[in-house]
Design a protein around this ligand. Structure first.
Ligand SMILES: Cc1cc2nc3c(=O)[nH]c(=O)nc-3n(C[C@H](O)[C@H](O)[C@H](O)COP(=O)(O)OP(=O)(O)OC[C@H]3O[C@@H](n4cnc5c(N)ncnc54)[C@H](O)[C@@H]3O)c2cc1C
Length: 392
């Protein structure tokens, strides 16, 4: 067994899973987090766990990960199912995806309006022509999942440093040196960056020139949390509404999380330190009105709070899982740019990074579409759902 030392920077759902999978493979892992475990964008995630993707690799990763998240203690997985309301415009792409997903082993039910009205009477669908239902999908608790992976890694011998920032790293080929916020230095042959929107800040502080930084933008996404009214409580299906470009996720027995899949939102870029906090009132009013048109029972709901979380978005909304020797950092790897759909795949990312470092292929997800070199090739694939963000 390879007992190489690896430092994993960032303990969100990705880094914690990576730390676990590397520890399980026999590496001596140090997991370093400047906040608490899961305290980054993971803590802001609405954590939907679906398998409907148009990119086959992502679909296979999502299917694999769904099985893990469902079976693993500590993830808080809830099997609510997910209902996709598909516009006429997006139906050809959705239909192709359904065929591809079924071949990949995903359960995708195409329903008609009568069946939807019977199964989900709370959802108003008079204006919708096409419906896909994923009964196996649901949502999980993202922070608990990250903590669970971190403690599984720790029980396999990983060292965990929280409230510890990596200020910069320098690479000399055989060894990497990490300068920590408390002045200590950590020497290690391999480093994995799972640092989400903060990746380029760390790379710039480490001397990587502007042209070498990764094509990742920090995109603020609004989340609205409602208290559901008396008549609309209990476990309910998550609705992904391609017509209104929004999703509505009933959580637990009394909350509803509202989020956007409108590609327009993805055009905004912020510095990670400048992410807005409160969602403006006019956005809340417009969003709430659209949601009530779709789920009339939400008319009596009250807003509990609003907040923003950031997506680490790449130009094609596919992740970057690759080594960084091309930008002068041999021995440094990245699993970043997850573009707003990374939580549900954290088990698969753990496997993928482990296979990348070890050169093995035990589970094996095809990784070439996540290579950094794709951005220079001019052959980006992207989503087949135009106008919809973070769908891919
Ligand atoms: C509003 C919102 C809704 C979402 N909804 C979904 C969804 O429904 N389904 C889904 O699958 N995904 C969703 N996502 C995306 C998903 O949550 C993320 O892709 C995933 O959680 C990212 O995990 P991560 O570990 O890569 O990043 P993070 O959780 O951000 O972890 C990165 C960590 O690195 C640490 N760090 C950074 N720099 C340093 C440094 N220099 N030194 C030490 N530590 C450092 C940070 O503190 C942070 O904790 C959503 C995201 C948001 C914001």
């Amino acid at each position: 067994m390879n007992k190489e030392d690896v430092a994993v920077v960032g303990a969100g759902s990705t880094g914690a899973s990576v730390a676990y999978h590397l520890s399980k493979a026999g590496h001596r892992v140090t997991l370093i987090e400047m906040d608490q475990i899961g305290g980054g964008t993971t803590s802001r995630s609405t954590a939907n766990v679906r398998t409907h993707y148009s990119n086959e690799t992502l679909a296979r990763m999502a299917l694999y990960s769904l099985g893990v998240l469902r079976g693993m203690e500590g993830t808080g997985f809830v099997k609510s199912g997910m209902l996709f309301l598909v516009s006429e415009e997006h139906w050809p792409a959705a239909e192709r995806n359904v065929s591809m997903l079924r071949r990949a082993g995903v359960r995708e039910d195409v329903l008609d309006r009568t069946e939807v009205a019977r199964l989900f009477p709370e959802v108003e669908v008079a204006d919708v022509e096409h419906f896909v239902h994923e009964p196996e999908s649901g949502y999980a608790d993202p922070v608990s999942t990250a903590r669970t992976y971190a403690s599984m890694a720790e029980s396999l011998g990983a060292r965990i440093l929280t409230n510890t920032r990596v200020e910069r790293l320098s690479s000399s080929g055989a060894s990497n040196s990490l300068l920590l916020g408390d002045g200590r230095t950590l020497e290690t042959p391999k480093v994995v960056l799972c640092t989400n929107v903060w990746t380029n800040g760390l790379l710039a502080a480490s001397g990587v020139a502007r042209e070498g930084l990764l094509p990742i933008r920090a995109v603020p996404h609004p989340v609205l949390v409602y208290r559901r009214p008396e008549g609309y409580l209990g476990a309910r299906v998550i609705v992904s509404d391609y017509l209104k470009r929004a999703y509505y996720k009933p959580e637990g027995r009394s909350l509803m999380y509202g989020g956007s899949i409108d590609a327009e939102i993805d055009e905004v870029t912020v510095e990670p330190e400048e992410c807005p906090t409160q969602v403006p009132d006019d956005y809340v009013s417009a969003y709430s009105q659209a949601m009530v048109e779709r789920i009339p029972a939400m008319k009596e709901a009250t807003i509990q709070r609003t907040y923003y979380g950031m997506y680490d978005t790449t130009p094609d909304e596919l992740p970057i899982v690759d080594g960084l020797s091309g930008i002068g950092l041999p021995g440094v790897y990245a699993c970043v740019g997850l573009s707003g759909h990374g939580f549900k795949m954290c088990p698969a990312f753990g496997v993928m990074v482990k296979e990348m470092l070890d050169g093995t292929a035990d589970v094996s997800f095809e990784r070439s579409s996540f290579a950094l070199s794709r951005f220079g090739s001019g052959r980006l694939t992207g989503t087949s759902y135009s106008g919809l963000g973070s769908i891919v």
